[in-house]
Design a protein around this ligand. Sequence first.
Ligand SMILES: Nc1ncnc2c1ncn2[C@@H]1O[C@H](COP(=O)(O)OP(=O)(O)O)[C@@H](O)[C@H]1O
Ligand SMILES: [Mg+2]
Length: 461
Amino acid sequence: MTDRVRASGSIRGRLLIQLLSGAGILALILFFVVQNFTKQLAEENQDNILRASVTSILDVAAVQNGQITIDIPYSAFSMLGNVSDDRVFYKITQNNIFLTGYDSLPDAKPAKSLSQPRVSTANYLGEEVRLVTSTRLLSNAGVPVLISVTIAQTRNGQKQTLAFISRRVSMLGFGFFAIAAILTVYSAQSTVRPLQQLAVSVSRRGPQDLRPVAAPIPREMVPLVDALNKFMGRLKKSLGQSEEFIAEAAHRVRTPLATVRTQAEVALHRVEQDENRVALREMIRAIDESSRAAGQLLDHAMVTFRTDYLEVQKLDLREMVFDLVENMRPVADLKDIVLNLENSSPLSIMGDSILIQNAVRNLIDNAIKYSPVESLVKLRFLQGPRKIGLIIQDEGIGFPKEDRSDLTKRFVRGSNVGGRIGSGLGLTIVDDVVGAHGGSLSIENNAKGNGACVTLCFPSS
Ligand SMILES: Nc1ncnc2c1ncn2[C@@H]1O[C@H](COP(=O)(O)OP(=O)(O)O)[C@@H](O)[C@H]1O
Ligand SMILES: [Mg+2]
């Protein structure tokens, strides 16, 4: 009955993707910022020590007895050793002439500003080194002497430290992401929870429950629930009107027809001329036909209407059939047909009593209508593991051989009907009722002898 609702994406999914990608980007930014920062710190640290080392060597350069002396202080290199186990190279030149250290060691590249000391990075003996060069101008007996000191240090220790910090920071980033993910899942869940609660509370309602939603809801959902409440209000009103209309229409059609029929019967007794009697009989037949057709049309409308809004309750099928049989006995008596109802224990099913009564009444009505006078209509119950059924067998003309499944279609009557009055809606009604209850209808002829055998099944409660 219900059309499948088209789902396009999910709010929770969207929230999860957006918040998780946000958290992922933040975690990456955190990782790069912290890594960059520590790298800068480590470089600055090494540069400062190299500068201090160069300065401490230059500070001890002096002119003694016309000779330049540089007594390299122990601390100049020991402070570098404190940082890591990296290799240290140095070179001292006097007026660009090599004095001591590693001759091939390049000077630090000149900086843009002339500030001392200069710092740069180079490749030396196959390793990356940080170089610091500084100069000092001395005077030897009035002759200017330029002393230049370069100290270089490899950066392996620094790289190791950075790799270690990177690992730590990536763990930190991952931890940050994991916590964000947990919070994200939680917040996505709690965002959609009111929606789920609303869906559950609405779907749990019975089909007749069209009360407005009263439970408190988040402000953002107010327009939706407001629209839903208004819609249910309108639906309730129009459902009430439809039900009233069908009942009223049935009454208005049947009552005048019944009056006309009574009048025609009375007239039939009064008139004497044969042709008038024939005409009146024709009239009564036509009235019967239209009254039946109108009745079944309205029944069909009512059944169609109610199958959408089933009022399901626990019913005793045995009791219901018993009452119906008692009700219809007078009609059967007109044709001297015996309605034989098998005895049974109570048979409980879940269903809409008005609809099921209507279906069974139509089947008994058919059995009487398509049976000859002085015959037997047998009604038996069937009790399966998960279903309860009613079998109605008559001794009548039986179903026609041609396509039986068509007989449940609207206004379709069999080729066997002869002059019997009917609208072709009886089995349609039965089929609709069975469909709405998840039951089954089988239309057969009796295996032995004449007559139809109709089986109606409903799921047991
Ligand atoms: N008990 C029966 N025995 C024989 N034929 C039947 C029986 N019940 C129904 N039918 C066939 O099925 C057709 C459809 O039944 P139904 O929908 O009740 O319409 P109708 O108004 O003709 O009774 C009937 O026209 C008739 O041909
Ligand atoms: Mg019928």
